[in-house]
Design a protein around this ligand. Sequence first.
Ligand SMILES: [Mg+2]
Length: 352
Amino acid sequence: MIAAPKNATRQSFRGCLLGGAIGDALGAPVEFMSRARIRERYGEQGIERFDLAYGREGAITDDTQMTMFTAEGLLQAMSRRRSGIDEAPEVVVHRAYLRWLRTQHFTGALASSGSETSGWLIHVPALHASRAPGTTCLTALSSGLIGKPGQPFNHSKGCGGVMRIAPCALVKEWDPYELGCKVAAITHGHHSGYLAAGALAVIIRTVLEGHGVAKGVSAALVRLVPEPGGAECIEALRKVTGLWKEDGADADVEQLGQGWVAEEALAIGVYAAMVGEAELRKGLTTAVNHSGDSDSTGAIAGNILGAIHGEEALSRVALGDVELRDEVIRLADDLVDAWTDQPGWVERYCEI
Ligand SMILES: [Mg+2]
C-alpha cells in the first residue's frame, strides 16, 4: 500500500470532484461559443458565474456524469478487492460506463451485462439527462469492445478520455498514471487520447501530495517521455510551461489550442490551474473563457484546483449552486473513506 498523501483529506477529495463539476458547469453555457461571442454576451471578462445551460444554472455536463461513473466503478473495483475478487479496475469501470450509456438511452451491443443496475448512480434521475455526450464515448461503449493502451479499436484523441479521469488519482490501490491511461483507453485509442489522462492523474496526485502544479507537470513528463506516442502530450505540456514563464497568469490560452483533443484540453486545464494556484476564481474563469471546449477544460482545471484549495475555498468563490453537489460529495467521501480504510462505504459498492 502507498502511504496516504499528506493532503488526502475530505476537503481535498471533495474539492477535486466538486471543482471538476464547478468548472464543468461554469463552462457549459459557453461550450459552443467563440470567444468573441462570449465577450459579446458576458462582457470583456467573459463568463464569471453560473448561467443557464440545459434549462438551469449550474448544470453539469457529460464530463461530470462520466467522472461520477469513473468514481463508482473504481469504488466497486476496490469493494471487490476487499472481498477477495481481484478484477482489473478498468474492466469494472467499463461496466460502470455501460450504466452511464444506459442513462443516455443507449445500450448498444451489451443490452444485458448482468451488472447494469448495480451501483446507485443509475438510480439518480438527474443523471439520465443528456448533456451533449461525446460521440466517441457513445460509439465506443455501444460497440461492446474494451480498448486497451496499445490495443486500440479506434484512433480517437478527443478529450472525452481525459475529462473523466480525476478519480483515478484518488485511489491508492493502483498507480494513477497507469490507471488513468487504462481507463481512458477504454474508449479512446489514440496515444494522446489516453496518455493525457494518465498525465492528469499524475498531476492531481502530485498536488494532493502538497506540491505545486509545475511539479505535477514535471512528474507527468517523467512518465510521458519513455512512452511511444507521447510526443504530442509532451509538447503540449512544455508549451504550458513556456507560456507560463513568458506571460505568467495573463497569457492567451488559445495559444494552447481549443481543447477538443485530449492534449490541448490537458494543456488549457493545466495552464488555468497554474493561474488558479494563487487566484482560484481567476483560474476557473481562465479555463472556460476561450473559443474551445470550455466545459471540459473547466472540469480539468477544476479537478486540479479543487484538490489544491479544497471544498471550502470553492464555496467561497461562490459561482452559484452546482447540480448534483450532494451526489458528487458522496462519491468523494466514499473515496476518502476507502483510502483511509474507514468502514461504511464497501456495502454501497457491492456489484449485484
Ligand atoms: Mg461536456
